[in-house]
Design a protein around this ligand. Structure first.
Ligand SMILES: NC(=O)C1=CN([C@@H]2O[C@H](COP(=O)(O)OP(=O)(O)OC[C@H]3O[C@@H](n4cnc5c(N)ncnc54)[C@H](O)[C@@H]3O)[C@@H](O)[C@H]2O)C=CC1
Ligand SMILES: O=C([O-])CC(=O)C(=O)O
Length: 309
């Protein structure tokens, strides 16, 4: 039987993601939003692309949580995006309310699902979903690291005129201004970037990566990125739906790993049919560990504001 995936929020990220899932043809999809008729209209439009693109994916748009029942995986994208000049953290309270309400309903209808959280501020919203759901940490995972790493890989490939496929990298930490692009572990066809680029150029690329979301928010003027974010969620879904055991950076509720406790922070994670299957502990140098701790502290500040530690 095909997997059933629900995507909550049929806005830019949610609807682009549903189209991408449809093209994979490996799961049926339910797209939920509170706006009347809108998810139904988008779902119908996507269904009608099936004969042209060659997929048989069943796509249902709905305003009724009953249609999401017994989902295997639920992706939560509902919530406000930021506007130019705002930080992701400015969305904290408004999106906490939305993510809490949505999670309650999802748990009611799909108690065995795996949750992938996308709503910002990402790490704090993942913690809200974990607390409200009462699910084990293996079944509540945040999407940020694949996106941040994709940005880093894009900029490195552009700089060197290389294929993005040859660029490997890891961006760890929270999905905010303090994220930690690990340039020491970035390689191009196996060659460390320190041997290919001067240190100051690497530092500029690291900073552009940290500001990657804001750069797009500024250009768009009214909303934030959604093509690369939805592609990043799809990579996580591929590994879970197809039980591929791929390792990729995800926001995970840490319990002692990297010396961090009871907090969502981006780390390399193995994803499979059960959701999180293993946290991979890369040995960090002292300066990297300091940066990761600083990034975790920034997440902790938000958790303290929400009072959900
Ligand atoms: N983790 C990450 O790396 C990324 C996170 N984001 C975040 O994803 C979220 C969504 O972004 P966009 O899709 O661009 O925004 P959008 O405004 O296009 O879509 C949000 C959708 O959520 C819906 N919604 C609001 N309250 C709801 C509720 N209670 N139940 C169900 N649906 C509800 C709205 O009607 C709207 O259709 C934002 O918080 C954004 O910051 C965006 C890109 C990357
Ligand atoms: O920048 C934003 O607000 C949306 C986001 O998280 C990203 O694109 O990284």
């Amino acid at each position: 039987m095909r997997s059933k995936i629900t995507v909550v929020g049929a806005g830019f990220v949610g609807s682009t993601l549903v189209q991408r899932i449809a093209e994979r043809d490996y799961a049926d999809v339910v797209m939920f939003d509170i706006v009347p008729n809108m998810p139904q209209g988008k779902a119908l439009d996507m269904l009608q692309a099936g004969p042209v693109l060659g997929y048989d994916t069943l796509i249902t748009g709905t305003n009724d949580y009953a249609d999401t029942a017994d989902s295997d995986i639920v992706v939560i994208t509902s919530g406000f995006p930021r506007k130019p000049g705002m930080s992701r953290d400015d969305l904290l309270k408004k999106n906490q309310e939305i993510v809490s309400q949505v999670t309650e309903q999802i748990v009611k209808y799909s108690p065995n699902s795996i949750l992938i959280i996308v709503t910002n501020p990402l790490d704090a919203m993942a913690q809200v979903a974990l607390k409200v759901s009462g699910f084990p940490r293996e079944r509540v995972i945040g999407m940020a690291g694949v996106l941040d790493t994709a940005r880093f890989r894009t900029f490195i490939a552009q700089e060197l005129g290389a294929s993005v496929r040859d660029v490997q990298a890891y961006v760890l930490g929270g999905h905010g201004d303090t994220m930690v692009p690990l340039s020491r572990l970035c390689t191009v066809a196996g060659v460390p970037i320190a041997e290919l680029l001067p240190a100051e150029r690497i530092e500029q690329i690291v900073q552009r990566t940290r500001d990657g979301g804001a750069e797009i928010v500024k250009l768009l003027g009214n909303g934030s990125a959604y093509f690369a974010p939805s592609a990043s969620v799809l990579q996580m879904l591929d590994s879970i739906v197809l039980d591929k055991k791929m390792i990729m950076p995800c926001a995970i509720y840490l319990q002692g790993e990297y010396g961090l406790n009871n907090l969502f922070v981006g780390v390399p994670a193995k994803l499979g049919a059960k959701g999180l299957e293993q946290v991979i502990e890369v040995e960090l140098q002292e300066n990297e560990q300091v940066q990761l701790k600083k990034s975790a502290d920034a997440v902790k500040e938000l958790i303290d504001v929400l009072g959900i530690a």
